[in-house]
Design a protein around this ligand. Structure first.
Ligand SMILES: [Zn+2]
Length: 236
């Protein structure tokens, strides 16, 4: 019941190529690889700013703009956005009220650098994307947009990865997955759902493999198709 008829709401803070096209194409590719028959409404909020996004003192009003979501999660000392805090805001936002947008997936592409506090000490001190199960995903172009000739493809790779992780792909139950420090299950096969830590080189490699061999290994493709075939997600 968790996700029947949820829409996929997309936001970004640039609003131009390649982010927008990589975002739309990544969603389309994942849905078609999963043989998803259901039409997910994809709603593009772009660089969302409501008419009341600043108050009379010119301060950002909570929940009313992409700027606020980013500012609220910004660690000013590190000049990086706390991905966990941003995902928390997305999953607690008042827009999820049934009378407003209702339950939905958020996929948010930002240009600021991201970090995950849970990875402190094990990771390189930044992350390219992160997600919260069945709720939202955030992807930063900061470390991958300068990959020569491939900003569209590398951004698309990471959006596809986070979209799959958000849907619980790969399945934690498989024996060919490893758990990362943030508890995400990663695939061990030649597949975009394998772990990636060092940007840009890991994303460059993931993207070259995606273009050469396809995005997902057979087991992940099966998990994705099972996910969308599961009737309980689509009643009514
Ligand atoms: Zn896989």
């Amino acid at each position: 019941m968790e996700e029947k008829n949820k829409s996929i709401n997309i936001m970004d803070n640039k609003g131009f190529w390649p982010e927008k096209s990589s975002l739309v194409d990544a969603i389309k590719d994942v849905l078609s690889m999963g043989y998803c028959k259901k039409q997910f409404p994809v709603k593009d909020f772009g660089r969302f700013r409501s008419p009341q996004w600043r108050d009379e003192d010119d301060e950002l009003v909570p929940w009313q703009s992409v700027d606020w979501y980013i500012y609220d999660a910004l660690n000013e000392e590190r000049m990086q956005v706390n991905a966990a805090a941003l995902l928390r805001s997305l999953s607690n936002e008042p827009w999820r009220d049934e009378r407003l947008l209702g339950e939905h997936y958020d996929i948010f592409v930002i240009e600021e650098d991201l970090f995950l506090p849970e990875e402190e000490g094990h990771g390189p001190g930044y992350c390219v994307g992160a997600c919260r199960a069945f709720s939202g995903a955030v992807i930063s172009t900061h470390r991958i947009e300068h990959i020569w000739g491939m900003p569209y493809s590398c951004t698309k790779t990471e959006i596809m990865r986070q979209f799959c992780f958000m849907l619980g792909i790969p399945s934690h139950l498989r024996d060919d997955v490893t758990k990362g420090p943030d508890a995400t299950a990663y695939c061990q096969n030649n597949c975009i759902l394998r772990p990636a830590y060092n940007a840009p080189q890991d994303w460059e490699e993931l993207t070259e493999d995606r273009l050469r061999y396809g995005a997902l290994c057979n087991s992940c493709r099966d998990d994705l198709q099972k996910h969308f075939a599961d009737k309980k997600h689509f009643e009514n």
